[in-house]
Design a protein around this ligand. Structure first.
Ligand SMILES: *[C@@H]1O[C@H](CO)[C@@H](O)[C@H](O)[C@H]1NC(C)=O
Ligand SMILES: *[C@@H]1O[C@H](CO)[C@@H](O)[C@H](O)[C@H]1NC(C)=O
Length: 403
């Protein structure tokens, strides 16, 4: 902010330094007396001697910085100043009588166009402050450079957060003057970005401007395409969530005997809840589009809760009466997981007494107990959760970054 203001002051200095003029205070005082008293200037009336003539309002939009993009309210706050200029038929003087090229006056003394921000967030206010000056030139040209912090509405689409781009319009219009009275005439083709200072969260991808003098009121629209810099969100939200997801799978690596399974999976599930709260404070309360990141966290929470359910059932099974027989389906699951596990071992011991091992395995198949079944659940769930975790992570990440 302070930096922008300095830039603005420098701009004004350069603007004014061209013509250092030598004239006495008395001449200036006589000139203002003539303009404002003798000719009784009326700042409330549109300054055209022929009222059928329009005023062409020169407009230049100098963008200085993005201060803040409030996602919750959908509010873009930026700093900019406008270069406005028009011709006032009644603020001209005879250079031979008053040898003054230009001088400044408080903006409250002269007629100004009611050029306002149309998609502003707050009530309409006059641009500039009462202490701002306008610059008057001998042939009636008035230059006015109101510096302002503009708050505009900007509907945002959070689907691809934090890899999203947003398009924000800053719309100015003549509020009470019709186009045939005052028409907007941009002096440059685009937003002036010479003095732009970069923002830590947003970069400006492109800008454009569009003037519309066909309607009853003249409207000029400045469009900013801004892109979020994702690294902050990647390191504070995405990576921790992915790591938590990995921890979630480790529930099935812990042996059931350790007795920590339940508290461990509850802790991980709570960790996800905390992250969902964090993310939801960053996003707008918006039901039109849901961010993929929240969907991803939701999937992780579901996995966490599912893991919790599986673990508790598993603990229950683990402590079943050992004399009770396993039924057929359970036995099939155990031997299935055994076979998967054994595959690697078998490669090593293939040269060894293969037949003996087969006999061993056969024996064991018939001697399954509840403990074996609990380990089988661990094994199957581990791979099931790993596959779902990896697939959901890859798919969501691709969708987010590509979109
Ligand atoms: C300014 O106006 C006063 C009163 O009308 C007049 O006496 C004086 O000569 C004027 N000064 C100049 C420099 O024109
Ligand atoms: C404004 O006046 C100029 C000439 O005085 C004319 O060419 C232009 O079309 C007018 N603009 C509008 C919007 O009436």
């Amino acid at each position: 902010m302070a930096k922008c203001y300095m830039l603005y002051l420098v701009y004004l200095l350069i603007y004014d330094i061209h013509d250092v003029q030598a004239y006495s205070f008395e001449i200036l005082s006589n000139l203002t007396t003539e303009l404002f008293q003798t000719k009784s200037y009326d700042k409330t009336l549109r300054p055209r001697s022929d009222q059928s003539q329009n005023i062409s309002l020169d407009v230049k939009f100098n963008f200085l910085s993005i201060n803040k993009f409030d996602e919750l309210e959908g509010k873009l706050v930026c700093t900019a100043f406008l270069g406005l200029g028009w011709t006032d038929d009644f603020l001209t003087w005879d250079y031979s009588t008053y040898p003054i090229g230009r001088f400044t006056l408080p903006q409250t003394l002269v007629w100004k166009p009611d050029f306002v921000l149309r998609n502003g967030f707050t009530e309409f206010k006059e641009l500039g402050g009462s202490f701002y000056n306008v610059i008057l030139t001998v042939d009636g040209d008035v230059a006015w450079n109101p510096y302002q912090v503009f708050e505009t509405k900007c509907a945002l689409d959070v689907t691809y957060f934090p890899f999203d781009s947003q398009t924000c319009d800053i719309v100015f219009t003549m509020w009470s003057h019709f186009t045939f009275q005052v028409s907007i005439n941009p002096t440059v083709d685009n937003i002036v970005m010479d003095e732009y200072t970069s923002n830590s969260l947003w970069t400006i991808a492109s800008t454009s401007q569009n003037v519309d003098n066909t309607g009853s009121r003249s409207v000029i629209t400045y469009t900013l395409n801004i892109k979020r810099k994702p690294s902050y969100y990647v390191s504070t939200i995405i990576l921790p969530v992915v790591f938590l997801g990995i921890l979630n799978i480790l529930v099935f690596v812990l042996p059931a005997d350790a007795g920590e399974k339940m508290s461990y999976s509850i802790t991980v599930a709570l960790g996800f809840m905390v992250f969902l709260t964090l993310v939801s404070t960053q996003l707008p309360a918006n039901s039109d589009n849901i961010s993929m990141l929240s969907v991803y966290i939701l999937i992780q929470i579901c996995l966490g809760i599912f893991a919790l359910v599986v673990s508790s059932i598993q603990l229950r099974i683990r402590h079943r009466d050992p004399n009770k027989e396993l039924n057929k389906t359970y036995k099939y699951l155990v031997s299935f997981s055994r076979r998967c596990c054994k595959n690697e071992n078998r490669v090593q011991s293939v040269a060894n007494n293969q037949t003996k091992e087969n006999i061993d395995l056969d024996k064991r198949v018939h001697a399954f107990d509840w403990n074996d079944f609990s380990s089988a659940i661990d094994f199957i769930s581990f791979w099931f959760f790993t596959v779902i975790f990896v697939l959901s992570t890859i798919i969501i990440m691709i969708l987010m970054t590509v979109g």
